[in-house]
Design a protein around this ligand. Structure first.
Ligand code: HEC
Length: 124
């Protein structure tokens, strides 16, 4: 019996440590990018309009339409969204890098804009 205990005690201890270790393996720790950028429900109203409000509307409102571009209404934003200028501006792949004189939008916001444009820039 003494031998059995000598074998089983370390095995038990090891199993306990090993199993409790798994409790910290949650999705957020393992896949940080997956949980911080949710691109599952991109819509104009809940996703795109707030990004424009924060980063673009100050220079592209209906009243002050820099470069003839309006980003504070759906009708305004739809034009550069569909003719390619919105993506070339925010992705910094074209001649105009937006937002002007500021840092580029986060990769998460770029992913969302890209999805919205790819979907045909719907008014949803
Ligand atoms: C500080 C003011 C300012 C901000 C902020 C700004 N823009 Fe602009 N934007 C301009 C100006 C001015 C032009 C006209 C072209 C130029 O002078 O560079 C322009 C041009 C554009 C164009 C036309 C580009 C082309 O190829 O003709 C698009 C599209 C655009 N902006 C989108 C955006 C978007 C989207 C944002 C937010 C992410 C944004 N802008 C933020 C000032 C701004």
């Amino acid at each position: 019996m003494k031998n059995v205990a000598r074998i089983f005690t370390p095995v038990l201890l090891f199993s306990l440590i090993y199993l409790t270790g798994c409790y910290s393996d949650n999705e957020e720790d393992l896949y940080p990018n997956k949980s911080t950028c949710d691109t599952s429900n991109v819509t104009y109203t809940t996703t795109i309009a707030p990004i424009m409000q924060t980063n673009c509307n100050v220079c592209h409102s209906t009243a002050v339409a820099s470069g003839g571009v309006v980003t504070d209404t759906y009708e305004g934003l739809k034009i550069p969204a569909l003719n390619g200028k919105l993506w070339s501006a925010v992705s910094w792949t074209g001649p105009k890098k937006m937002p002007k004189d500021a840092s580029q939008l986060s990769s998460c916001n770029l992913a969302k804009i890209n999805i919205w444009i790819r979907d045909g820039a719907p008014n949803n």
